[in-house]
Write a protein that binds this ligand. Structure first.
Ligand code: HEC
Length: 439
């Protein structure tokens, strides 16, 4: 009896040893280890999101950290599955490739490295082989990912999201005072913080220059039926990041402007679930000469109705450019029924070019596509944008909406949208810059 038990223990020990030994043997054959081969790939492609203070994504951060071997090891199988399926790192545009600065993706060799590491039992290897840890600028900039900003405008009063709040879409306004911003400035970057981690589904910021004899901003917003007034600066949600413009490009921030903090809170209601929130927006001033004035705009269609049950309904919109235009960003925005989006340029000579193709639109990831080099579209170019929607009962069941209605443009998650946001710049006219200099 005793011998038997001992024998079993020995067998178990051997089994454990062989489990430990076998992978490391295989690993030694392939030579792939975490510290030497896998960590560099994870640093460059995953850690921006997979860390405790991952990308400022409006509270929707990656659910696990991959900063150390100990944190990564338990996820090895899931990691292999996700990278093989091209689901991580996330990227939704099938084309064009190589033109967007925030394009994410692994090479076949990198995927191969991860998969053979996992197949070999995900060995750690020698810590001495590790690259130096990736430094994130937030650590020294008060949590801002682009460095230390020149101005931070926080909503004046904190706001309490009540215990019983489940889904709340609300806009707050702040008009900049003399003390906030004494003079007009050019800014080259901006970044948002929701001030409500874990309960902010998304946040958008708009800025509206002062107008003489203005009505109260709340009234203006109500009349426009919009969540914010003026031009949209940016939104944060899963996938969206801070904005930094290329050299020579600037956005004019006027003294006395009003900032809209448009918040969408989403949480489990219940006793003691209420939280305080105080959103912020940070700006980075451009001191150097600005040649191109940046505008964020949308080419939208707000007059559509998607027929009940229709499984592949297209909504289109277009605009012809009145001057030479440098495009910086695209942000296709739609809701739960949207399945695809595409931007196309039709040049004055009739030639067509694909600007952005998102064949599998996922509203959970509100990605902004940023050009590495601003894209010149000459005067007379027409930009065509299409969204496709699936209002079928099958999709309705999966995404929890009603397919027996004809949704049109609206702000609720259950309404639809068809907005092709576009960030672009035009050259500041010669005469305008002369006037500036004379002032
Ligand atoms: C832009 C941010 C971002 C980047 C970059 C990113 N992830 Fe993720 N990842 C997420 C978010 C958010 C989730 C949770 C939501 C989801 O699963 O879609 C997630 C989920 C995961 C999961 C969990 C899936 C599951 O089974 O629950 C794995 C594994 C993963 N990521 C691996 C990776 C790897 C490996 C990389 C790099 C090669 C990477 N991710 C890069 C944001 C990111």
């Amino acid at each position: 009896m005793r011998i038997e038990t001992r024998a079993r223990v020995v067998v178990m020990v051997l089994a454990v040893l062989s489990v430990i030994a076998a992978p490391s043997r295989a690993a030694n054959e392939a030579g792939v280890t975490y510290y030497k081969d896998v960590l560099p790939v994870i640093q460059d492609n995953c850690q921006s999101c997979h860390r405790p203070e991952g990308l400022n994504l409006g509270g929707v951060i990656a659910p696990m950290s991959f900063m150390s071997y100990e944190e990564t090891r338990p996820w090895a199988r899931a990691i292999a599955r996700k990278v093989e399926a091209h689901e991580m790192p996330p990227w939704f545009a099938s084309g064009p490739k190589g033109v967007f600065s925030n394009e994410r993706g692994l090479t076949d060799a990198e995927i191969g490295t991860i998969v053979s590491w996992v197949d070999a039992g995900a060995p750690a290897g020698d810590k001495a082989d590790a690259p130096s840890p990736r430094r994130f600028v937030e650590a020294t900039s008060g949590g801002w990912s682009l460095g230390t900003p020149d101005f931070v405008f926080q909503l004046d009063e904190p706001y309490f999201i009540d215990d019983d709040v489940y889904d709340l879409n609300i806009s707050f306004f702040k008009t900049l005072t003399e003390a906030d911003l004494p003079d007009d400035v050019w800014v080259r970057g901006w970044e948002l913080k929701t001030g409500a981690d874990g309960v902010a589904h998304h946040m958008c910021a708009f800025v509206r220059p002062p107008k003489p004899d203005d009505k109260p901003i709340e009234e203006v917003a109500a009349e426009e039926g919009a969540s914010g007034t003026g031009q949209l600066l940016t939104c944060i949600a899963e996938g969206a990041e801070a904005v930094m413009l290329p050299d020579g490009f600037g956005l004019r921030l006027e003294a006395g402007s009003t900032i809209t903090y448009n918040m969408h809170y989403h949480k489990r209601p219940g006793p003691d679930t209420g939280v305080w929130t105080q959103p912020e927006i940070a700006f980075f001033v451009e001191e150097r000469p600005v040649k191109y004035r940046v505008t964020n705009d949308s080419i939208g269609n707000t007059g559509f109705e998607i027929p009940p049950g229709h499984a592949n309904y297209r909504v289109g919109m277009s605009r012809t450019l009145e001057q030479d235009t440098y495009v910086l960003t695209y942000w296709p925005h739609a809701h739960l029924r949207a399945t695809a989006s595409r931007y196309t340029a039709i040049y004055p000579d009739g030639r067509e070019e694909l600007l952005l193709d998102v064949p599998q639109y996922d509203q959970g990831w509100q990605e902004t596509y940023k050009y590495t080099e601003p894209k010149l579209l000459p005067k007379g170019t027409r930009i065509d944008i299409s969204f496709w929607y699936d209002n079928s009962p099958e999709r309705a069941a999966r995404y929890d909406f009603r397919s027996d209605e004809s949704p049109g443009h609206g702000p609720r998650t259950d309404d639809e949208m068809s907005l092709g946001f576009i960030g672009y710049a035009v050259e500041i006219e010669a005469e305008e810059s002369t006037t500036d200099q004379q002032n």
